[in-house]
Design a protein around this ligand. Structure first.
Ligand code: SF4
Length: 208
């Protein structure tokens, strides 16, 4: 249950996270928003509608206080690409350090074009949750909405390829134990020009 308005910005370790939308093209089976009821370490992240840019910036506070600012809530931030550009411009003008986007990688399909050039300057780093090299397993794990099923996997691969050219740092993640052929996955990711991170599965609710 919520005990106040949802958080538009929240802290974890030395980073500030921005929760800018709850819209999502997928229903990933590993997503903690389902088991954690849209909460994250004590804050409510369920947004009834996309919050205004001014409200996000106000909640973000002083961005220079954080090692990194990360677009990452319980939704896909690239739905708000134009707003991301405005937010990043303002954050940088106020001394933000590194800015990262955590994404499911469907931004190109959402917008019907290559959005990687728009991310240049808007973020310093893109972290794409791909999880597997197998398109059938990808659809099973991520449970995309119907309009993302046919072209989703290939579009994510192309998004990664384009980000690797446009953004200083592109990282592809997989949740531990999800990809049966980790070596093959690493080879695919290297071929796309990105680096890889294997991340732990968050399943138990942590209210700290
Ligand atoms: S894209 Fe992110 S927020 Fe959406 S279902 Fe997947 S893990 Fe959850």
């Amino acid at each position: 249950m919520s005990d106040g308005p949802p958080a538009l910005a929240y802290r974890y370790r030395d980073s500030l996270y921005l929760n800018i939308t709850s819209r999502c093209p997928t229903a990933c089976e590993f997503c903690i928003k389902f088991s954690w009821n849209y909460r994250y370490r004590g804050v409510d992240l369920r947004l009834g509608r996309d919050p205004a840019v001014a409200d996000i910036l106000r909640e973000a506070g002083d961005p220079s206080a954080w090692a990194e600012v990360v677009y990452c809530g319980y939704g896909e931030s690239t739905y708000r690409l134009e707003d991301m550009k405005e937010i990043s411009r303002s954050l940088r003008a106020r001394g933000a350090g590194r800015i990262r986007l955590n994404t499911i990688g469907l931004g190109n399909l959402i917008h019907g074009r290559n959005i990687a050039p728009d991310l240049r300057g808007t973020v310093d780093s893109v972290s794409v949750s791909l999880n597997t090299k197998d398109p059938v397993l990808w659809a099973k794990i991520h449970r995309p909405l119907p309009e993302f099923r046919e072209k989703g996997f290939e579009s994510v691969l192309d998004f990664i390829r384009q980000c690797a050219k446009a953004v200083p740092d592109t990282v592809v993640t997989t949740v531990e134990g999800m990809e049966p052929d980790l070596e093959g996955f690493k080879a695919l990711v290297a071929g796309l020009g990105a680096s890889i991170r294997v991340r732990p599965h968050l399943d138990d609710y942590e209210n700290s």
